[in-house]
Write a protein that binds this ligand. Structure first.
Ligand code: FRU
Length: 498
């Protein structure tokens, strides 16, 4: 099958029923033969996946949706695809759930959140509509899902337009509950083209009152803020969001747009303020995290999932007809006031065979293992360790994704330059960041074409897509005289039925 190369606007916005069943079948066949398909991460069956949506717990199951364009690896007309799980690692595909089929969401069922109310799950999302001159309207819409996963959309938007003074770049509502009221925060842009977040309040999820701009920083947040999320951890507020066009003097970042966060003492409803906010920080030190969605689960945990992919970029798997994936489910916590991100404890259930490793770093390259590129590696390094961990290396050790650590000057550098199949040379393929001058622990997840690394028990996270050639399956360690120890587990595949 020859995949579509020229994705015109007209093609991207054809309704799904205009595509033949054979087209989708052939797309699926082409994708099934890919060596980059993931073993235990959520990925699209066909086409493109972007933001996680509606992450929630309802009817004794975890629910997760994602932005989907099933017809190709491009940002076409979006739906919500639905998944359910008992354990946060095995996700059952429930299929397309919210389709762009009404006058209020004809050009895309955009991102949003979910909130369980009695025996129903309330879904809040943005309907994207374009007119003949391709001008955008944004509607904030509600839908109710019952216990048999049957969804009924509300007929009319609960917020029919952005307030006066704001443009139609107005999307991604997150609904949460405080006291006896519901609140909603939403990404916005004012008429001066500045990124803002607006807060609304409701008693009944039907009529919403605008409280105004959420106050969380004195800095300018670029031209638009996407995907705002507020979670509460031990009484403190953690605010995650994606400012677009942020000045790099405010925060240094290398991705096209960063996924950032601040921590705050509280969310003061009276003044619509995140009190004593920290400075802005990057959520991830790697290459590909965006649109992270977090929520306070009923079991007391604050859980998060990220889109591993970035807007406006192309990736090598596009040529195979699919794009992007979601991260592992991460648990957020605070340690000494700092945000900690760790894989949810359930992730351990993926472990199969264990190989213990220990020894001394030397200049000689030590092949720890060759794998099927579906593993977890835990590595402890002593204070003073300097060296390089090479992942997904070839037999000749010519090419690898490298993590170079120096616990003496306190830096880590990740490098995916000249690795595997070439992509996105316009973004820098090397990233450095600081770590304490102390012992170092690495928890590394490799899954065929994605890597997630949790450093020093979740103090920093590095996420990267990489596209290895078939012979790139080794793990190599080298460095200067110091001890290391750890384990490598092969990880089983996600159990999911279609
Ligand atoms: C972020 C985003 C959201 C929007 C969605 C559309 O990646 O642009 O702001 O709702 O993607 O797919």
């Amino acid at each position: 099958m020859s995949l579509i190369k020229d994705w015109t606007t007209e093609l991207r916005y054809k309704t799904y029923d205009q595509w033949s069943v054979d087209y989708v079948k052939e797309l699926k066949m082409s994708i099934d033969s890919s060596n980059w398909r993931l073993n235990y991460h959520i990925q699209p069956q066909t086409g493109l996946l972007n933001d996680p949506n509606g992450f929630s717990y309802f009817n004794k199951k975890w629910h997760l949706f994602y932005q989907a364009y099933p017809m190709g690896p491009v940002h076409g007309v979006k739906s919500w695809f639905h998944l359910t799980s008992d354990n946060l690692i095995d996700w059952q595909k429930e299929g397309l759930a919210l389709l762009p089929d009404s006058d209020y969401d004809s050009h895309g069922v955009y991102s949003g959140s979910a909130f369980a109310v009695n025996d129903k799950l309330f879904l809040a999302y943005t309907g994207n509509v374009r007119n003949k001159s391709w001008e955008r309207s944004s509607y904030q819409l509600g839908a109710w899902m019952d216990k048999s996963n049957h969804i009924i959309k509300e007929k009319k938007p609960f917020i029919a337009a952005p307030p006066k003074g704001y443009t139609n770049d107005f999307r991604d509502p997150q609904v949460f509950h405080q006291g006896d009221k519901y609140y909603l925060i939403i990404g916005a842009q004012n008429d001066a083209l500045e990124g803002k977040v607006l807060t609304y309040m409701s008693k009944d999820l039907i009529s919403w009152e605008l409280l105004g701009e959420l106050s969380f920083t004195k800095e300018k947040m670029g031209f638009m803020v996407e995907c705002p999320n507020l979670v509460f951890i031990e009484g403190k507020a953690v605010f995650l969001f994606c400012p677009q066009g942020l000045d790099k003097n405010i925060l240094s970042y290398k991705n096209i747009y960063p996924n950032t966060y601040i921590t705050a003492d509280s969310f003061d409803i009276e003044t619509n303020t995140l009190t004593s906010p920290s400075s802005l920080k990057n959520l991830d030190e790697g290459f590909d995290v965006y649109a992270t969605q977090a929520f306070n689960a009923p079991d007391g945990r604050a859980l998060a999932v990220s889109w591993i992919g970035l807007p406006e970029l192309s990736y090598p798997s596009d040529k195979e007809g699919w794009a992007h994936c979601l991260s592992l489910v991460k648990e957020l916590s605070l340690r000494d006031g700092k945000l900690i991100q760790l894989p949810a404890s359930e992730t351990k259930e993926l472990r199969e065979n264990k190989q213990q490793i220990q020894g001394r770093l030397t200049e000689e390259k030590l092949l720890l293992s060759t794998t099927k590129n579906s593993y977890e590696l835990n590595l402890q390094l002593e204070q003073g360790a300097k060296g390089t961990l090479s992942l997904l290396t070839d037999q000749q050790i010519n090419s690898a994704l490298t993590l170079s650590f120096n616990t003496v000057n306190g830096t880590i550098t990740i490098n995916r330059e000249n690795y595997g199949v070439d992509f996105e040379r316009e973004s820098e393929n090397q990233r450095s960041f600081s770590i304490p001058q102390d012992t170092l622990s690495l928890q590394v997840f490799v899954d065929r074409s994605v890597i997630e690394i949790f450093i020093n028990d979740g103090q920093k996270v590095v996420t990267a897509r990489v596209f290895p050639n078939n012979d790139q399956t080794g793990i190599i360690l080298e460095g200067e005289n110091s001890l290391f120890s750890g384990n490598i587990w092969t990880l089983r595949s996600m159990r999911s039925e279609e």
